[in-house]
Design a protein around this ligand. Structure first.
Ligand code: GRF
Length: 193
């Protein structure tokens, strides 16, 4: 089975990384990089014997300077695909320069274009309930400089039940993410998407 190099960027728990490690048949994860040294995703990478490191934004770095540094590090690893899996920093346009337009993917916990954006404290699932949405789900998309706006590759959804809470929605969304992100990554690596 042909495997292609990918780099995963994350900031936290890393359950999507775990799903990629377990289920993706065509990826060779050459590095997992986090902006947060304490991200549990780095520990998951270590346990799977995958090279990992943190690349932090220094106190006197602008976000542009940070993204340029990160971009150079990632592009020097020559990934076929850069996979954002819960990476919380918004990438500035200079990050994208070494990559072509179908080389970076992201997973987002809503049915884009609904509920774009959001930082670590942004509870998309509660907003979905507050706005009385009938459906909720996931979006996997190519990444462009405008946040959560790149071409959509895949969406998967479910109907919200009266008994759902933000916690049950999060569980359902994670289940879909772990099912579909490794599959979509494999399709891209096989150039079937
Ligand atoms: C996922 O819900 C993903 O959609 C969002 O960040 C979360 C990351 O979760 N971009 P994990 O760190 O993979 O568990």
């Amino acid at each position: 089975m042909t495997k292609h190099p990918i780099v995963v960027l994350l900031s936290g728990y890393g359950s999507n990384l775990q799903a990629i490690i377990k289920k993706s048949k065509h990826s060779n994860i050459v590095a997992v990089i986090s902006d947060d040294v304490n991200a549990f995703g780095l520990e998951r990478a270590s346990r799977a014997d995958i090279f990992n490191c943190s690349v932090r934004q220094h106190r006197d770095d602008t976000r542009e300077q940070y993204c340029l540094r990160l971009s150079r590090i990632v592009s020097n690893l020559h990934p076929k695909l850069v996979v954002l899996a819960g990476f919380m920093k918004v990438l500035t346009p200079n990050f994208f320069e070494p990559f072509h337009e179908k080389q970076i993917v992201n997973i987002h916990p809503s049915l884009l274009p609904k509920h774009k954006g959001g930082g670590p404290s942004h509870n998309t699932h509660q907003i979905v309930l507050d706005e009385k949405d009938e459906e909720h789900g996931i979006t996997i998309h190519y990444v462009v400089p405008e946040v959560d706006s790149g071409p959509i590759l895949w969406q998967s959804q479910f109907f919200i039940q009266p008994e759902d809470t933000a916690e049950t929605l999060e569980t359902k969304v994670h289940k879909l993410e772990h099912q579909w992100y490794p599959w979509v990554i494999d399709q891209i690596l096989k150039e079937n998407m």
